[in-house]
Design a protein around this ligand. Structure first.
Ligand code: 13P
Length: 316
């Protein structure tokens, strides 16, 4: 099977009350860890690439790695998605590069301008059989060069359900990332974590059947946070979205859940552990290997949180 777009996945996810995991990839080990987990769990998969990843690894290397993943797993539907495209030109480039899904994030722009830019991307992408994710409302935190609002202020920038209806109708986007209390990165909350499930519910009620996307969905797992802090790291205040809240969101209308920070932390924790416990080690395979394995087990666990384990066949 070649790369697919997310239409069938989201239709199945909406109907089945699960979400597809969208995991960020930057190199071979991260991709292998993710892909081996979905292959064993028979789950659909969205591999997402940010502008930072394109710059770091180059598109030709990332594409070659993803092509191997697709060829080796003919029963697993895999989407190649642009995460946080900033301009029409970036999205066009990715459509031309063979992405099957692109995100245009014009959420910082005024409402009408966001519609206009998203509409332009949708027109070009749809003409090339590529689907489009857009964003309305603003998240907190920071992800690469995507800076959101202050984490303490997210509740003031949640998606307005009325606006969401108008936005989807006028822009022609295929899925919508909404602001529902999450933030990018490892520092999502200053106090008690809180997800605005009522916002998800209200948008879903006004847009029945329309797939919603949740960014900033890493949970900052204690296992990895503790290892990082134990072995020389310094992330004592890191806090993520509780998995129980994510499981509730996917039962509503959230069909795609974005995870990057948890991958980064799994890899970093294992590398730190190997360096601390085996200071004489200098073979990269001896620390990247355990990192890749940690990613695999973490992703496997997430597939159950999202309830998408065993759902690959439903999404074809
Ligand atoms: P996290 O930082 O919570 O992993 O979110 C990643 C994300 O939303 C990518 O778009």
């Amino acid at each position: 099977m070649a790369l697919v777009d997310s239409r069938n996945m989201f239709a199945a996810a909406y109907k089945g009350g699960f979400a597809v995991g969208a995991f960020n990839v930057n190199n071979m080990e991260i991709t292998q860890g993710i892909v081996s987990a979905v292959a064993e769990e028979k789950a659909p998969l969205i591999l997402q690439i940010s502008r930072g990843a394109r710059k770091y690894a180059s598109m030709s290397y990332l594409r070659a790695i993803i092509d191997v993943a697709v060829a080796e797993n003919p029963d697993i539907p895999i989407v190649m998605h642009l995460d946080h495209g900033d301009t029409f030109e970036t999205c066009k480039q990715c459509v031309d590069d063979g992405f099957t899904s692109v995100m245009i994030d014009a959420s910082k722009e005024p409402f009408e301008k966001n519609i206009e830019i998203t509409g332009k991307v949708a027109e070009y992408a749809h003409a090339h059989n590529v689907v489009v994710e857009a964003e309305l409302g603003q998240l907190g935190g920071i992800e690469e060069d995507v800076a959101g609002v202050d984490v303490g202020e997210v509740s003031k920038h949640l998606t307005d359900p009325e606006q969401a209806v108008e936005f989807v109708k006028k822009s022609g986007c295929d899925s919508l990332a909404i602001a529902c209390g999450t933030s990018h990165g490892a520092y999502k909350f200053k106090s008690e974590p809180k997800l605005a499930l009522d916002v998800i519910e209200a948008v879903a009620e006004k847009l029945p059947g329309f797939p919603l996307v949740m960014h900033g969905s890493s949970s900052v797992l204690a296992e990895f946070k503790d290892l990082i802090n134990k072995y020389g790291g310094n992330m004592p205040d890191a806090m993520g979205v509780p998995e129980e809240a994510i499981s509730r969101a996917v039962k509503l209308a959230v069909c795609k859940v974005n995870i990057d920070t948890d991958l980064r932390m799994a890899l970093t924790a294992k590398i730190r552990q190997v360096f601390a416990e085996s200071p004489k080690e200098f073979d990269p395979r001896k620390y990247l290997g355990p990192g890749r394995e940690a990613i695999k087990e973490m992703v496997r666990h997430k597939l159950h949180v999202l309830d998408c384990a065993g759902r690959a066949a439903e999404c074809l």
